[in-house]
Design a protein around this ligand. Structure first.
Ligand code: FES
Length: 187
């Protein structure tokens, strides 16, 4: 219920990357970015074709939609590490003048996906915002369950976020904390 609103303005070209149910909170951002006059390229990723959600709605607000599935049942096949290799391999083969400049990337999805999106965009100096999905308990900044490290400082996702500069987020720590209750969750 707390936290801060997404910063929307005309950036230029905005790439919105959603993974799994992260596509749901991404939709209003895609719509608002488009409304603000941006060129919006949306990437929707999921494990299988059946798990791709909101494609029709995303197409309404996006200039381009790229679909990715882990098993290749729809769109392009994706594995984060493979994707980075592919993208970089592809980029090497493209005339640099034909590469579209991206002014901002927004990513919402599994932490591991956001980590690899962030690694890739950092390499190309593309400002990137990640909307984080940590464990939360009270949602008021008191319990510390949603604690993360951003740029070496402690932040609470529930009140300081949920969006942060992805290049400053310690995703490895976040992944470790997300797995704290793994055994209980699987019961
Ligand atoms: Fe408790 Fe954020 S959920 S401090």
């Amino acid at each position: 219920p707390l936290g801060r609103a997404t910063h929307i303005e005309k950036f230029g070209t905005v790439v919105c990357c959603g993974g799994g149910v992260g596509c749901a909170p991404l939709l209003p951002i895609v719509a608002a970015m488009k409304e603000a006059g941006n060129r919006v390229i949306t990437v929707l990723a999921a494990r299988t074709k059946e798990l791709i959600i909101l494609e029709k709605q995303m197409r309404e607000y996006s200039d381009e939609v790229i679909i990715m599935t882990d098993d290749g049942s729809y769109g392009n096949t994706i594995e984060p590490l493979v994707l980075i290799d592919n993208v970089e391999g592809d980029i090497d083969m493209i005339n640099p003048e034909d590469i579209e400049k991206v002014d901002l990337c927004v990513t919402i999805g599994p932490a591991v996906m956001m980590k690899f999106v962030s690694l890739l965009t950092r390499k190309y100096d593309i400002p990137t915002v990640a909307s984080l999905n940590t464990i939360m308990v009270d949602g008021t900044g008191m319990c510390g369950a949603c604690r993360i490290t951003v740029g070496g400082k402690t932040r609470f996702v529930c009140i300081d976020g949920p969006e942060f500069d992805a290049h400053q987020v310690d995703f490895d720590e976040m992944l470790m904390r997300l797995s704290s209750y793994k055994d209980l969750e699987s019961k």
